[in-house]
Design a protein around this ligand. Sequence first.
Ligand code: CP
Length: 304
Amino acid sequence: MKDKSLVSINDFSLEERTGILKLAGEFEQNPRQDILKEYVVATLFFEPSTRTRLSFESAASRLGAKVIGFTDAASSSVKKGESLKDTILTVSNYSDIIVMRHPKEGSARFASEVSPVPIINAGDGSNQHPTQTMLDLYSIQKTQGKLNGLEIAFVGDLKYGRTVHSLVIALCDYNTTFHLISPLELKLPSYVKQHIKDRKLEYHQYTELEEALPKMDILYMTRIQKERFSDPIEYEKVKNAYILKNKMLESARENLKVLHPLPRVNEINEDVDSNLKAYYFQQAQNGVYVRQALLSSILGVKQI
Ligand code: CP
């Protein structure tokens, strides 16, 4: 694990991912430790973020690391025309690890190829969001007591939702039955679906949410990714495709949990928040422990 970049979820083996989940559980029991006080973590966010950036910064701070970075490329020399390569080479002089979010698919891979320090992909366009996947796996395991053999529904923007892409790929290791609920225009890309097919796992596609809901263990809601649409009229057509309301959960299994990477717009009514099946804010909290596990193992301070 030491010095390994995390760009795509499959950059870490199943064994490594299992080790991270176990270590995250240890950090949940003891989140304040001074084990990274010799280290500097850089967070470079070329796209907006609340949870990913702040939970990484919280994770690093609670372990004693210093955090540097920017939250808006316009406040960096990128605004003057500096290339991504030059930015990464420069920031790697000031830090031991770089957490980067960028609007362009493939940017994190490129950064990892030019960087002398490890890169953690905090989301590259509509491609992948592997650290979100790790906290999603942690949340599923914590609420269901297992990862294997679950019925998991993905709802909403399966085309542009990077959290969906990396989580579907990861769940192919756990004999998951996939329920893919989206407007026809926002179906899961075929390259992601191919992972399910390669593992000969069951998947079902729907356009209606109510049809699938009673069979699910996990309902993974997603936002329609307005910023990825080139045509605003196309966004208007699908923006209200799914709105989960508290009453709809009456038909759900006892063990069902509603997950959402957040932010939400209107796809989960606020009346769901007080339902015990709503787990999305605890899910975001789990991000701190998982990111503590990632930082400390990639920096070589914890062995998994
Ligand atoms: N889940 C997630 O990536 O949230 P942010 O965009 O707030 O980081």
